[in-house]
Write a protein that binds this ligand. Sequence first.
Ligand code: ZN
Length: 197
Amino acid sequence: APGPPGRRSAARAAEPGLPPVVDRVPTRDKVVFLTFDDGAEKDPRFVDMVRELRLPVSVFLTDSVVGPGYAHFGRLRAVGASVQNHTLDHPYLPSLPYAGQRAEICGQQEKIKQRFGIRPTLFRPPYGAYDDDTLRAAAACGVAAIVLWREAGPLRPGDILHCPEGRGGASLTRATTDLLKRVQRAGFTVARLEDYL
Ligand SMILES: [Zn+2]
């Protein structure tokens, strides 16, 4: 992975006081970002892969999906992964009132704080679905940015990629290897999202 950029890119919020919503980071560096969701798959080989390749990854965790499996993500953190917020229960947030959205987001901030001693700065809404209440709730919970992702297409500098979990029976490690090959073929490297946001 390349080192952190000299200056942080300016991801702008639509309104002052609300977190920006990003699916791409404004940068000219030929970098992309790897993100993973939910926390269903807990393959030890993935921890080995992140360690051996020094692969910067951001993992957005849903409490009810991780279940009793937080130790796996502690091992991932220990080898350099960052752990971020993906709600307590993975609801479609726009169907919830403000208070319910806030409970989902702040609740997972607290769970991760309890487990790992750090409060996430990034939040990914389930299904990429959000509304104005989501932005206000995320701000109230201390979230610095709402992170979506770019769908398939030619890679562009700063794209935030979403790694499919075990789609078609392939393991997460295999799916990540395939994605890395695509990234390398296009002449890009993987950078740490938190260095750019
Ligand atoms: Zn999800």
